[in-house]
Design a protein around this ligand. Structure first.
Ligand SMILES: O=C(CO)[C@@H](O)[C@H](O)COP(=O)(O)O
Length: 245
């Protein structure tokens, strides 16, 4: 599960009234994975969608569903998300006392197991579960909302986790405020899986999504920030298109 750069658009920034069409559009536009942000209004201060929505959108693409559970408790719901069609299930290190048990449960369901760390959580929180992991998600904003600014403080954590991973087959994912302007830097720090919501869905057309995904991928793969094209969609203001739902 490691290797090349993976771009995973977060459907939190999609038009929920046309979610199926939006997923088809990002699939066609070159998304590698589909990132699904599940929020419960308790672990994070926002509510998004649950397993029934994931089940409903699952037939719209064959791409990997990367399901980020921002919920607590999480263990009672793992089976529902597995049955709904999640391929990767990521839980938060902060969401319960028994991370090791949650990760074992995800693998027992036949899914890839991920753990996510909030910006204030040190990498030591996952030191003793590394061998249970297929993915580590470093939150580069405080979880709960799209359209926030990338936290520069997380570069050091990305670098340290990259070193911790060593040659284990674990993907290192970053999520929050990822754009074409910082994709090169997060990849240089060690990230190989980039989640982007507002930076992909700005422009509101399949052509814009394709250009946005390509720009993020080019920056991450080459280490260069791609020049903006003429007719490129203008930068989005904080919160636009990624409103609190
Ligand atoms: O999980 C989250 C927020 O909690 C993220 O997936 C965001 O949805 C990413 O959105 P942008 O920061 O890219 O707009």
């Amino acid at each position: 599960m490691t290797g090349e750069i993976i771009i995973a658009p977060s459907i939190l920034a999609a038009d929920f009234a046309r979610l199926g069409e939006e997923i088809t559009a990002i699939d066609t536009a070159g998304a590698d994975w589909i990132h699904c942000d599940v929020m419960d209004g308790h672990f994070v201060p926002n509510i998004s969608f649950g397993a029934d929505v994931i089940k409903a959108i699952r037939p719209t693409t064959t791409k990997i569903f990367d399901v980020h559970l921002m919920i607590a408790p999480v263990d009672p719901y793992l089976e529902a998300f597995a049955k709904a069609g999640a391929d990767v299930i990521t839980v938060h290190a902060e969401a319960g006392a028994h991370l090791d048990r949650s990760l074992q449960a995800i693998r027992a369901l036949g899914k890839k197991a991920g753990v996510s760390l909030c910006p204030s959580t040190p990498e030591s929180a996952i030191e003793y579960v590394l061998d249970r992991l297929d993915l580590i998600l470093v939150m580069t904003v405080n979880p709960g909302f799209g359209g926030q600014s990338f936290l520069e403080s997380q570069f050091a954590k990305i670098e340290r986790i990259k070193a911790m991973i060593g040659d284990r087959p674990i993907r290192l994912e970053v999520d929050g405020g990822i754009t074409r302007d910082n994709a090169a830097a997060v990849a240089a720090a060690g990230a190989d899986t980039l989640v982007a919501g507002s930076a992909v869905f700005r422009g509101k057309s399949g052509a814009a999504y394709a250009a946005n995904i390509a720009a993020i991928r080019t920056a991450a793969e080459t280490g260069r920030v791609p020049k903006r094209q003429e007719n490129a969609v203008q930068p989005m203001r904080l919160g636009e298109g990624a409103r609190i739902r």
